[in-house]
Design a protein around this ligand. Structure first.
Ligand code: DQA
Length: 143
């Protein structure tokens, strides 16, 4: 059973990007943690990052064919992308929206998610552990 963990723009800069908000872990650290947690939960984790909106659309479609679920941190596209909303609706597998920071405790423009209404649920504010919580949620809803 494969879970896609998809990451959007600027998440490749984790570790050096606003560490006061996002912490000191790099995306490679988070990938290793997700792969390890996936193993315990019985999932193969396919972990990816792109700065391009259309690539996330393509990967969501691919997940619809190959994965049992998706955890997605769409970064700033969360707040703008109708295309991601539509892609999530277009696929038959559950999608969990993930954020490292508590977007509701930040700027007003981060309080709206275009993808949350299409997602199964949303996890935010627990630092990199948000990803692990998303994997547990996917375990719970896919078994
Ligand atoms: C983020 C929150 C978004 O508002 C922001 O644009 C990001 C990261 C998070 O994980 O906290 O790039 O998705």
């Amino acid at each position: 059973k494969t879970i896609f963990v998809l990451n959007g723009p600027n998440l490749n800069a984790l570790g050096k990007r606003e560490p006061g908000i996002y912490g000191g872990k790099t995306l490679a650290d988070i990938e290793a943690d997700c792969i390890a947690a996936g193993l315990e939960l019985g999932f193969t984790v396919d972990f990816r990052q792109t700065n391009h909106e259309g690539m996330l659309v393509d990967w969501l479609h691919e997940a619809g064919e190959k994965a049992v679920g998706v955890a997605i941190n769409a970064g700033a596209y969360t707040h703008t992308s109708i295309a991601l909303h539509d892609a999530i609706r277009a696929i038959g597998v559950p999608v969990v929206e993930v954020h490292i920071s508590n977007v509701h405790a930040r700027e007003e423009f981060r309080h709206t998610s275009m993808i949350a209404p299409a997602a199964k649920g949303v996890i935010c504010g627990f630092g990199p552990h948000s990803y692990i919580l998303a994997l547990h949620a996917l375990k719970n809803i896919t078994q």
